[in-house]
Write a protein that binds this ligand. Structure first.
Ligand SMILES: Cc1cc2nc3c(=O)[nH]c(=O)nc-3n(C[C@H](O)[C@H](O)[C@H](O)COP(=O)(O)O)c2cc1C
Length: 354
């Protein structure tokens, strides 16, 4: 059993996960596209930034709480949509969902999760968004959106950066082996996914025909706020607003899609300026420290999501691992707020970062 008391930073979970995961599962979780330039840059771009603390402020009471599209949350950090949690835990996304519920954080559930969106929701009432890959057969997506609404998901996050899967060399070198129950829970009874290879399923799911018109379609269909994930330019952020998006997620899919696109934090301000308060802006990619969260918020993000760190934590120590990861990030964030001279997330300002 992993000794969590000896884990002091999110990075530590990666090495622990390497010991427990098969080489193919580790390759799937950790890898990026091409030369992994964007993957590395997501981390280095945060590291390049410096903070400008303000002193002589009474910081005896610090409140790190926030809200995502109006839902109050204890910290401005959520669990981003990632596929295939069963590599890390036999109960897959249900284990993740229990941890998210206990911590009270937002969880965004993937279309290509192993467990169905209903199984995840059955863990109990908690803030959840559903991530949608729009299927080339719109009837399949329509049914999935309706199920997400019925199961109490509070928003639909359309992932826009996967018209084709990224060229991920680590996955080619260590092909993922799907055994037994490697089902894609949301597709049970819809496509023959039992024992299917991920790439085979992606070929069904991945859709080269998704356009801005689909945003209005999903909005009307669901009656829920819709966010667009995978925005990397001011131009597309403006289009997202024009098509009624309630939010955008500045993201390069954790460096897994097009290599050599900018680090998320490097394009955050461009997007924030373009939308100018017309929708909420979130960021994912490379968030590993409380100071990263503070930087993203100071640059205008409403909140951030993490991906790999919680997958590694789940693999290393199950639900307790995810809870420890969130506890560390939260404690670091509170510490950063206090040392920056801010008592609340709203006090984080552009002038805190250079
Ligand atoms: C193993 C893995 C699977 C992922 N699966 C999905 C997915 O199904 N849908 C999606 O929108 N994004 C997916 N992503 C991207 C994440 O939502 C997120 O953009 C990325 O992990 C953030 O970067 P980070 O890992 O550096 O925190 C996945 C990422 C990883 C690492």
């Amino acid at each position: 059993m992993t000794d969590l008391a000896g884990v002091f930073k999110l990075h530590d979970f990666e090495e622990l996960a390497r010991e427990t995961l098969s080489s193919s599962a580790f390759a799937y979780y950790s890898g990026g596209a091409g030369d992994e330039i964007t993957l590395q840059d997501n981390i280095s771009a945060f590291r390049r930034r410096r903070l400008r603390p303000r002193v002589m402020v009474d910081v005896s009471m610090i409140d790190p709480s926030s809200s995502f599209l109006g839902t109050p949350l204890p910290i401005p950090v959520g669990l981003g949509p990632t596929a295939q949690h069963r590599f890390a835990h036999p109960e897959g996304e249900v284990a993740t969902s229990r941890a998210a519920k206990e911590a009270g954080v937002m969880m965004c559930v993937s279309t290509i999760a192993n467990r169905s969106l209903e199984d995840v929701a059955a863990v109990g009432d908690a803030p959840r968004w559903f991530q949608l890959y729009i299927h080339r057969d719109r009837g399949i997506s329509k049914a999935m959106v309706e199920r997400a609404v019925a199961a109490g998901y509070r928003a639909i996050v359309i992932t826009a950066d996967l018209p084709y899967p990224g060229y991920r060399e680590r996955e080619l070198r260590h092909p993922v082996v799907y055994e037994g129950e490697a089902a894609f829970g949301n597709f049970a009874g819809i496509v023959d996914s039992e024992g299917a290879e991920l790439l085979q399923l992606l070929d069904e799911v991945v859709n080269t025909t998704v356009t801005w018109d689909d945003v209005e379609w999903v909005r009307e269909l669901s009656g829920l706020p819709v966010l667009i994930k995978g925005i990397l330019t001011g131009e597309d952020a403006a289009l997202a607003v024009e098509h009624g998006a309630a939010g955008v997620v500045v993201s390069n899919h954790g460096g897994r899609q097009l290599d050599r696109v900018s680090a998320s934090v490097d394009v955050l301000e461009e997007v924030v300026q373009e939308v100018s308060g017309r929708c909420e802006v979130y960021l994912d990619g490379g968030v590993r420290r409380g100071t990263d969260v503070a930087i993203a918020l100071a640059l205008g993000a409403q909140g951030v999501f993490i991906g790999r760190p919680y997958l590694f934590a789940l693999a290393a120590a199950g639900e307790a691992g995810i809870l420890r990861a969130l506890e560390l990030l939260s404690a670091e964030f509170v510490n950063a707020l206090g040392l920056l001279g801010a008592t609340h997330v709203r006090q984080l300002k552009r002038t805190h970062v250079v």
